[in-house]
Design a protein around this ligand. Structure first.
Ligand SMILES: NC(=O)c1ccc[n+]([C@@H]2O[C@H](COP(=O)([O-])OP(=O)(O)OC[C@H]3O[C@@H](n4cnc5c(N)ncnc54)[C@H](O)[C@@H]3O)[C@@H](O)[C@H]2O)c1
Length: 179
């Protein structure tokens, strides 16, 4: 399998990229490196690009999976610069969706946030809870979710939505074993 990991230099993306490599998959990282250097093997190609620029990326060979983890993260940053938050999280995700449709990529995993459900003290989060995003970060994460779900419905590609860190770990493992 050939996977493109956006935000692959970050905390979750780099751990996933390393795991994919260990399983013998081919990995390409797309990251603007605003969060730091990648901690994956030097053999992994890193496209140093802004996420919106994925629209202009023409892969040389077929990509099977896109894991979309690049983000303007998190609440405090989004309050300080809501416009950049919208640009990266919403336009960036729409550019990823456009890329998937154009390149006939059938599997997309998108990292949302448990914050889309609002702050609920003492309540376990579940994906059927009504959403209540408050900060610009949570609003953009939730809006991009809806665009991604609609695109998946219209085009028939498989879409995995991840909310909390724990659900990310579980769902990534499940998805990788049921490709
Ligand atoms: N870490 C958590 O607890 C958590 C919880 C819920 C959801 N998430 C989501 O999971 C994803 C990954 O989180 P993380 O903890 O690995 O974050 P992170 O900040 O470590 O990684 C994000 C990566 O995105 C890259 N990036 C930022 N802006 C970019 C841009 N404009 N173009 C290209 N790349 C860009 C950064 O350089 C960084 O490497 C994010 O989408 C985040 O919203 C994280």
């Amino acid at each position: 399998m050939r996977a493109l990991v956006t935000g692959g230099a970050g905390f979750i993306g780099s751990a996933l990229a390393n795991q994919l490599l260990k399983q013998g998959h081919e990995v390409i990282i797309l990251d603007d490196l605003s969060g730091g250097r990648p901690i994956t093997s030097a053999s992994v190609p890193v496209l140093v690009k802004d996420i919106v620029e994925i629209r202009r990326f023409e892969p040389q060979s077929k990509i099977d999976w896109v894991f979309h983890f690049a983000a303007h993260f998190a609440n405090t940053k989004s309050l300080a610069d809501p416009m950049e938050n919208v640009r990266v999280n919403m336009l960036g995700t729409m550019a990823v969706l456009d890329f998937c449709v154009r390149n006939d990529i059938k599997r997309l995993m998108y990292a949302s946030s448990s914050g889309v459900y609002g702050a609920k003290e003492g309540v376990a989060y579940a994906e059927d809870m009504p959403p209540k995003p408050i900060t610009p970060y949570e609003v953009t994460k939730y809006s991009a979710e809806i665009y991604a779900m609609d695109t998946a419905t219209c085009t028939g590609f498989r879409f995995w939505l991840l909310a909390s860190l724990m659900c990310m770990v579980q769902e990534i493992c499940r998805a990788l074993f049921v490709v």
